[in-house]
Design a protein around this ligand. Structure first.
Ligand code: APR
Ligand code: PHB
Length: 394
């Protein structure tokens, strides 16, 4: 088999890249390790930056997002008995975010790929990139006991943090940066009406909490838990009781609880690998970087990698600009580190981490006061939350 781009991974990064390349007339094949159902079973954040939403529309898969997604022009931060609303619309001259679950984003992208007739292989085993520094690399994989080879021009590693792509690059060519936080997010999905029409991030002495949603009838809540916590230790009742202890009184009083339809603990980690490319292999999304979920930047930073690579490949194939391929990592990392910094900063300000000194805790409290109680502080917060504009690829 031969194609122009092999995409490893059918998560949001791989599917969105495949859709954009297809729109640009660039042939691509997706190789995914698990089934479509398994991919759709992953519950992740659901706040889309303006840039991501525009990319989905450009990819021709924005219709249901625009119909069912909720435009949010603000969110709240609750701390020390106060609730401060960040008016995104006003503070960013009109930018907003869309609340629309990652599962739905993935479903829309999967449906569009099937409709486009592009080739995808699910349950592809032992996917291996080869000859990454040659003119024409190739990828092998196993399916139903047979081994297959796909010759290509480029390989897009969209296979997440535990994928094969980053591991295919010689360790001496990479530099990894990491901070593992002493805690995680215990998340619950419930068929209950959200306690508040906008997201509420809570900084409390007992720990962080977040009130989010998927629709007007489906809520998503999180509480910060310890690194040693196991989801089995948390009954629904224990979760709701702890959430109520951390919410502002008026929200706790009107919280509608219910049976969890999904309950899991997500670890908190900041991670970046540099560079995000090697030879003809590009790393995108979680394959190259991870953020703590606090700033909802995981999916959005993955989308900006997809925007950058699809824009570069459009010029490589359309204008012979093969020089641009070597600029991918440098362009992506500017926005990656911005997302990393914002997520780290929001996490430290809003969480009580056991490895934060008393002095640092005072600094973070002072920082929270400054950014919430000054117009300029709220403006900085709002601009980063809605996301910085994508860099033009010239
Ligand atoms: N071969 C083929 N597919 C693989 C392999 C492999 N060796 N390893 C992993 N995969 C697949 C996974 O099964 C998964 O479907 O790659 C996909 C990677 O998807 P994600 O982990 O969702 O990563 P990405 O598409 O970059 O999306 C980033 O997802 O994890 C969230 O918070 C993250 O919102 C962010 C978004
Ligand atoms: C979510 O709805 O899952 C969500 C929203 C905002 C965040 C993180 C997670 O910052």
């Amino acid at each position: 088999m031969k194609t122009q781009v092999v995409i490893i991974g059918a998560g949001p990064s791989g599917l969105l890249l495949g859709q954009l390349l297809n729109k640009q007339g660039i042939e691509n094949i997706i190789l995914e390790r698990v089934t479509p159902e398994y991919v759709l079973g992953r519950i992740r954040a659901g706040v889309l930056e303006q840039g991501f939403a525009d990319l989905m529309r450009k990819a021709g898969v924005g219709e249901r997002m625009d119909r069912e997604g909720e435009v949010h022009d603000g969110f709240e931060i609750a701390y020390n008995g106060k609730r401060v609303r960040i008016n995104l619309n006003e503070l960013t001259d009109g930018d907003t975010v869309i609340v629309y679950g990652q599962t739905e984003v993935t479903r829309d992208l999967m449906d569009a790929r099937v409709k486009s007739g592009q080739y995808s292989v699910y349950e592809a085993r032992n996917v291996q990139p080869h000859d990454l520094t040659e003119e024409h690399p190739y990828v092998t994989y196993e399916k139903d006991g047979e081994t297959f080879r796909i010759d290509c021009d480029y390989i897009a590693g969209c296979d997440g943090f535990y994928g094969v792509s980053r591991k295919s690059i010689p360790a001496e060519c990479l530099k990894e940066y990491e901070r593992v936080y002493p805690g995680g997010w215990l998340g619950v999905l419930a068929e209950t009406p959200p306690v508040n029409p906008e997201l509420v991030y809570v900084c409390h002495d007992r720990g962080f909490a977040l009130c989010s949603m998927r629709s007007k009838t489906r809520s998503r809540y999180y509480i910060q838990v310890g690194s040693a916590d196991k989801v089995e230790q948390w009954s629904d009742e224990a979760f709701w009781d702890e959430l109520k202890r951390r919410l502002p009184e008026e929200l706790a009083a009107k919280l509608i609880t219910g049976k969890s339809i999904e309950k899991s603990i997500a670890p908190m980690r900041s991670f970046v690998v540099e560079p995000m490319q090697y030879g003809k292999l590009f790393l995108l999304g979680d394959a190259a970087h991870i953020v703590p979920p606090t700033g909802a930047k995981g999916l959005n930073t993955a989308a900006s990698d997809v925007y950058t690579l699809s824009s570069i490949l459009e010029k490589v194939y359309g204008e012979g600009r093969s020089d641009l391929a070597s600029k991918y990592s440098e362009i992506c990392l500017r926005r990656v580190w911005d997302g990393e910094r914002f997520s780290w900063w929001m996490s430290n300000m809003l969480h009580k981490f056991e490895d934060t000194s008393e002095f640092e805790r005072k600094i973070y409290n002072s920082e929270l006061e400054f950014f919430l109680n000054t117009e300029s502080g709220r403006k900085v917060l709002a601009q980063q939350y809605v996301g910085l504009p994508y860099d033009a690829i010239e």
